[in-house]
Design a protein around this ligand. Structure first.
Ligand code: 9MR
Length: 448
């Protein structure tokens, strides 16, 4: 009895499997072509990332753009010494932890930034004598790296330690601890998390020149001495029209030393206002940077320093300059985005869309809004529009889209009859809502 039941069972399973195999052969479609940079990067086995601070992450449309387009997050400010150890031995990882948790929930990997730097390091550290400073550095690295053990792809262990002429920067680190502080920092980091890639990170080292020669010699020496260094981060805070021609060759020579390379803080600034010619030039520059990295096996990915011009550091530090990132202030993709799209292997034009939000009528306590969705250069087959109501507005009735509300965050998706738009085609949806104190126009983002 038992045997025959078993035989019948086996037979049934075999038959079912045969049926499944047939079904699978007929019905499983080929993997869908990626529609985002994140998808392209995943498919290629490299990464595309952005930095984000907690404030930026709380900007709902920015967050949804970052989640959609990137598979790597660098914590923008919250892992720096002034944030994590503001006074001796008092560690605060709360803000950084919240970003780490959010990125992990979104399936993104993380770069830690940064452990030993001359900026954003509290006065109490800078005032220490040699022995105490060495101890503070060791303790800081040990505690912070151990806190994130097993959770980060990489750490920028030492940041910006070189002068432009290729000598070591005369920072308080260098002056008090001497040349050896860099090796000590890497050793301490390795001991606290053997799994994280340990990087040296700097700006103006993208092309072959005195400064990158200095870094090259340092990395070669560290490797010879068995110091645990795994990567070199080229920040790439670049200027329109000035991407070094030797960038690819420079990346290659570092890879040849036995480290990986990443572009860690890419932005390409221009004199404002941005107009078509400059934006086209910027796109060509983005192509050049992306090809320099992706053309070298061992250049593992590109991170931009913020994703949208809305959150760029550039205008506050270089007055009159900006527009440095692949998305504009309203989260619309710029030609630079299309350049990255193609460099990462995308074809057929990017499937993008733009949404514009207008209040078309407002009365005491109520309003009516219309959102127009316009496809980019390539036809699209569906769209999702996101925004957040920062002032307590609420939707009362809607048409031409499926709405989902999560607290202040609103998502509107196309319906069966209005998702397909040809190149440059557009459609509208709308709603009536309520408002109380204020009714500003929110930033909206569109994904296709
Ligand atoms: O984006 C960061 C900005 O919010 C800070 O005010 C600034 C302070 O130094 O640091 C910015 O990020 C820098 C990064 O940590 C290291 N490379 C240069 C970046 C731009 O200044």
């Amino acid at each position: 009895m038992v045997r025959s039941t078993w035989r019948i069972g086996l037979h049934a399973v075999t038959a079912a499997l045969a049926g499944l195999t047939t079904l699978a052969a007929v019905q499983v479609p080929a993997a869908a072509a990626p529609t985002t940079l994140r998808g392209l990067a995943d498919a290629r086995g490299v990464y595309f990332g952005t930095s984000s601070t907690v404030n930026e992450w709380n900007d709902a449309p920015y967050r949804s753009l970052a989640e959609r387009e990137t598979n790597m997050i660098t914590v923008g400010n919250e892992m720096k010494w002034d944030a994590t150890e503001p006074s001796p031995g008092r560690f605060d990882f709360g803000p950084a932890d919240s970003l780490v948790a959010a990125a992990k929930a979104a399936g993104q990997r993380l770069r830690g930034h940064t452990l030993v730097w001359h900026n954003q390091t509290p006065g109490w550290v800078q005032e220490l004598g040699t022995a105490e400073l060495r101890q503070a550095m060791q303790n800081h690295i040990r505690t912070e790296v151990a806190h994130y053990r097993g959770q980060l792809y990489a750490w920028d262990v030492v940041n910006e330690a070189f002068e432009e002429n290729g000598t070591l920067r005369q920072s308080f680190w260098q002056q008090k601890l001497g040349d050896g502080y860099i090796a000590e920092a890497f050793r301490a980091a390795r001991a606290a998390d053997p799994g994280a890639k340990l990087y040296y990170n700097d700006y103006n080292i993208e092309g072959i020149a005195a400064k990158s020669d200095g870094v090259y010699n340092l990395v070669r020496t560290l490797k010879q001495q068995g110091v645990p260094i795994d990567g070199v981060g080229m920040q790439a805070h670049l200027i329109l029209g000035a991407v070094p021609d030797s960038m690819r060759q420079n990346i290659q020579r570092f890879v040849d030393l036995g480290v990986e390379v990443a572009i860690t803080e890419l932005d390409i600034r221009m004199p404002l206002p941005a107009e078509a010619t400059k934006l086209a030039g910027q796109a060509a520059d983005y192509t050049k940077v992306a090809q320099a990295c992706l053309g070298v096996t061992g250049c593992v990915g590109i991170t931009t320093w913020a994703l949208s011009d809305k959150h760029s550091w550039v205008p506050s530090v270089f007055p009159g300059e900006g527009a440095a990132l692949p998305f504009d202030e309203n989260f619309r993709p710029k030609p630079a985005y299309n350049a990255l799209w193609r460099a990462y292997g995308g074809t057929g034009g990017t499937r993008t869309c733009v949404a514009t939000y207008a209040v078309i009528g407002q009365w005491w306590g109520g309003f009516q809004a219309e959102v127009r969705v316009t496809a980019g250069a390539a036809p699209i087959t569906g769209w999702t529009v996101n925004w957040a109501f920062a002032e307590g507005q609420a939707i009362t009735s809607s048409w031409n889209a499926a709405f989902a509300t999560n607290g202040a965050a609103i998502t509107a998706r196309s319906l069966s009859y209005n998702g397909s738009l040809g190149s440059g085609g557009s459609t509208t949806f709308g709603f009536t809502g309520s408002w109380t104190a204020a009714n500003s126009v929110p930033a909206v983002s569109c994904a296709a």
